[in-house]
Design a protein around this ligand. Structure first.
Ligand SMILES: Nc1ncnc2c1ncn2[C@@H]1O[C@H](COP(=O)(O)OP(=O)(O)OP(=O)(O)O)[C@@H](O)[C@H]1O
Ligand SMILES: [Mg+2]
Length: 256
């Protein structure tokens, strides 16, 4: 595995606002997301996880630092070139973000109809395969408002995967789901990665149990920096009180 083929962040900084309202959200983020694995970023609410994801997708530009996607540095690309890079990504949004006016099949077909020259019969093969891979082979003609929260997330994964992305990003994919559905979506994230060895999955989570179930690699973001990265064992064994408090879900500790 060549590390350069994954995602790399070096010294990434981002601030919002000016004067007294200035807030530096990313304060020099260094991170390697290896290709072919599931990497989970954890950290408390408001710490900059979604902002980090937007930088990786080229939706936000850093004030300083470098982001490389499969060896390609995003710095210096024009807006048009950035949009092209974005086609390498699939994104599963925090609240699924499906089109309510379309049924499940049309939601999953949408990226192909918009951004490929495939004919409808080729699209059908691809969409049906995607729906089967997320366990929704019989739900194609259901309307979005007929779906449970877990089914919506599954449709979101199918839609994100339909164009065969190199990188699949999930922003808190199990927020608002019950524990059983959460476990099913976690299994889907893991299965999707395992069925597509060339894929690289990057998941934002604040659920430690889920993180330990699916992650090959974990990185904790805290006060604008990655304060620990490694595998589950690294996180179980660390003495860092900030990480311990988060992993154990305790109220008392250095994080308020
Ligand atoms: N476009 C923006 N303009 C100004 N401030 C922003 C912008 N986007 C995010 N922020 C600020 O950056 C900080 C981090 O936000 P972010 O959404 O990344 O948090 P998060 O870690 O994803 O939290 P959560 O777990 O609740 O989703 C917040 O204080 C937020 O208000
Ligand atoms: Mg967020």
């Amino acid at each position: 595995m060549k590390r350069a083929e994954g995602i790399q962040l070096e010294g990434v900084r981002k601030r919002f606002g000016t004067g007294a309202g200035m807030q530096e959200v990313l304060r020099g983020v260094d991170l390697v997301v290896p290709r072919g694995e599931v990497t989970v970023i954890i950290g408390r609410s408001g710490t900059g996880k979604s902002v980090l994801l937007k930088h990786v997708m080229g939706l936000m530009r850093p004030d300083a630092g470098v982001i490389r996607i499969g060896g390609q540095a995003l710095t210096g690309l024009s807006d048009r070139e950035l949009r092209k890079e974005r086609f390498r990504f699939g994104m599963v949004f925090q609240h699924a973000a499906l089109f309510d006016s379309m049924d499940v099949y049309d939601n999953v077909a949408f990226p192909l109809r918009e951004h490929s020259k495939l004919k409808e019969d080729q699209i059908r093969i691809r969409v049906e395969a995607m729906l089967a891979s997320v366990g929704l082979e019989d739900a194609g003609r259901k309307q979005v408002n007929e779906l449970s929260g877990g089914m919506r997330k599954r449709v979101g994964v199918a839609r994100a995967m339909v164009r065969g992305p190199e990188f699949l990003l999930y922003d808190e994919p199990t927020t608002g789901l019950d524990p059983i559905m959460t476990a099913q979506i976690d299994a889907l994230i893991r299965d999707t990665q395992d069925a597509n060895p060339g894929l690289t999955s990057l998941v934002i989570s604040h659920d430690m149990a889920a993180t330990f179930r699916i992650a090959d690699k974990i990185a904790m973001l805290h006060e604008g920096q990655v304060i620990l990265e490694g595998n589950a064992q690294t996180f179980h064994e660390t003495d860092d009180p900030r990480v311990r408090q988060f992993v154990e879900g305790r109220l008392e500790g250095p994080i308020h």
